[in-house]
Design a protein around this ligand. Structure first.
Ligand SMILES: *Cc1c(COP(=O)(O)O)cnc(C)c1O
Length: 360
């Protein structure tokens, strides 16, 4: 295999071991004589594989029994609508923390379904920090509190779990899920699109506390109703069988690596050395406040933005791809999800030093 180091923010890199397993499985999955893409979601083999995927995920995240695990489609973006449809009655207010592009989108979508109270907003400094929790203006009787644990575009990660103050805490964990252990019991709902740390796009993970099911308003389409997924094991219609299977392989792979504590140690090391390389030089800069720098998405700019294009081209020639920053912020962004090997980060750092030496 000739593989590049893919620093894309999503769809993102998938572990080599998982790709190899898929390759082996393609013609004859699980002795069915069919590939996984041709297997019925109602077959015994797939139902068992789906149950094992859920079991492995429960083990990885230590998800207690009072939580249900759902696999809808539509990505994290559909959750921006499903959350208010399932948790807020007509006329309710929901609290949202605005810390970047993704929480902004969540807020815009929620406004179609309920009154949104923005409790804090970090746009005054271009979304480079998380406002201190004691400055938040919470409403008295919010249906829930929503935040985005890791803003993938600006590279800002919450260094704390907000105090729910007794309302369900809802979190978009699309770009940080499975990167380290998290105390699920603090949350009412956790959701994440698959294509960062879980697998290919096409499936969404929703972990929901069971007492929050069956609260969807009556106009909610059944495929947007959490309880429909809960009652049908996420198979009320045809699920994305292939994506689900790959997610299961990724869960298995993470367990074989020693679970999320072990995964987090490697992630910590990768992020630390990349930020250290950026901070050690005036040629590169990351504008995010130090206590909330993302361990998964590391944006940086060059002192001379006219060199951006050259940096991208030469990085590509060195086998380092998808380093362009998001079109809304420019510069570079290195997404270093679970499946980015430490050697990829080392190669990037070496390339950055060499680029500075020849262009600085
Ligand atoms: C990628 C991303 C989304 C959007 O995910 P889709 O699956 O494309 O809908 C939402 N929130 C965050 C934090 C993301 O990183």
């Amino acid at each position: 295999m000739s593989r590049v180091y893919n620093f894309s923010a999503g769809p993102a890199v998938i572990p080599d071991a998982v790709l190899e397993r898929i390759r082996q499985d393609i013609p004859d999955w699980n002795s069915t004589g069919m590939s996984i893409m041709e297997v019925s979601h109602r077959s015994r083999e797939f139902v068992e594989a789906a149950a094992k995927a859920e079991q492995d995920l429960r083990e990885l995240l230590a998800i207690p029994d009072q939580y249900s695990v759902l696999f809808p489609q539509g990505g994290a973006t559909l959750q921006f609508a499903m959350v208010p449809l399932n948790l807020a009655a007509d006329g309710d207010t929901a609290d949202y923390v605005l810390t970047g592009s993704w929480s902004k989108k969540a807020i815009e979508e929620a406004r179609k379904f309920c009154t949104v109270n923005v409790v804090a907003d970090s746009s005054d400094r271009k979304f480079t920090y998380v406002p201190a929790e004691d400055s938040w203006r919470r409403s008295k009787d919010a249906a829930y509190l929503h935040y985005c644990a890791n803003e993938t575009i600006a590279g800002v990660e919450f260094p704390f779990i907000p105090d729910s103050l007794g309302v369900p805490l809802v979190c978009d964990m699309s770009s940080t899920i499975l990167s380290r252990p998290v105390d699920v019991t603090q949350f009412g709902v956790i959701y994440a699109g698959a294509q960062k740390n879980i697998g290919p796009a096409g499936i969404t993970l929703v972990v929901v506390r069971k007492d929050l099911l069956k609260k969807a308003r009556s106009i909610t389409p059944s495929l947007l109703d959490y309880s429909v997924y809960d009652q049908s094991d996420s198979m009320s219609n045809t699920p994305p069988v292939f994506t689900w299977y790959v997610a299961g392989l990724v869960f298995e792979h993470l367990l074989s690596q020693g679970g999320l504590e072990a995964v987090a140690r490697v992630n910590e090391r990768k992020a630390k050395k990349l930020y250290a390389a950026i901070d050690a030089s005036d040629f590169f800069n990351n504008p995010v406040e130090e206590n909330c720098r993302s361990r998964m998405n590391v944006p940086f700019v060059l002192a001379d933005p006219l060199l951006d294009a050259k940096f991208i081209v030469e990085a590509g020639m060195a086998g380092l791809t998808n380093l362009e920053g998001h079109r809304s912020v420019g510069g570079m962004r290195a997404s270093i999800y679970n499946a980015m090997p430490e050697a990829g980060v080392d190669t990037l750092i070496q390339f950055m030093r060499e680029f500075e030496r020849t262009n600085g």
